[in-house]
Write a protein that binds this ligand. Sequence first.
Ligand SMILES: N[C@@H](CCC(=O)N[C@@H](CS)C(=O)NCC(=O)O)C(=O)O
Length: 212
Amino acid sequence: MILYDYFRSSAAYRVRIAIELKGLAVERRPVHLLRDGGEQKRPEYLAKNPQGLVPALELDDGTVLTQSLAIIEYLEALAPNPPLIPANPIRAAKARAVALVVACDIHPLTNLRVLNYLQQELDQSQAAIESWRRRWILKGGLEAIEQAIEPAPFCFGAEPTIADVCLVPQVFNARRFAAPLDRLEKIRAVESACLALPAFRAAHPSAQADAE
Ligand SMILES: N[C@@H](CCC(=O)N[C@@H](CS)C(=O)NCC(=O)O)C(=O)O
């Protein structure tokens, strides 16, 4: 399998964590999102993922899967252990809900193409864009997740789930863009527990071959 990846992509980072937790052998192929206007917009990549986004996972038969949560659900079916979706249906729904807050509510509003649109098409200042990004990361995003999780020490128990897999990359982004996390004590505790695990550390942006 080949993962089309970019070290700083938080969506790709989610998939890298799942791959590492499950101990799967996956080749990484970097797609530089900024170089030459963005390698994700090249025809050869668009032929694989018409959305022009990373991650994408190419299977050995050439099938290409897109969307990080769909890829993680595929990996879960392929390699059920360790499980990332709790067996208990209520815990499963809670873990998926945190993943969806990150992937559906925070990330789409703070993604590169949205910020580029604000800057290039709507002529917004850098200060306005940074304010926008921090606003959507925190309000109804990480602040709501802080209320929802039950760290023990991971979001919903003694093992990491899809909630942790999605939360840690979003916290990485929040730190990168100086969103204040001081009041998000539970989230910071979950992040520490996760980053103590080799799988999370191996998936970290700074540990990738294309890291800058
Ligand atoms: N919902 C998608 C989001 C993928 C996505 O937005 N990826 C970003 C990087 S984190 C990207 O490729 N951005 C390129 C661009 O905006 O041009 C997923 O979960 O996979």
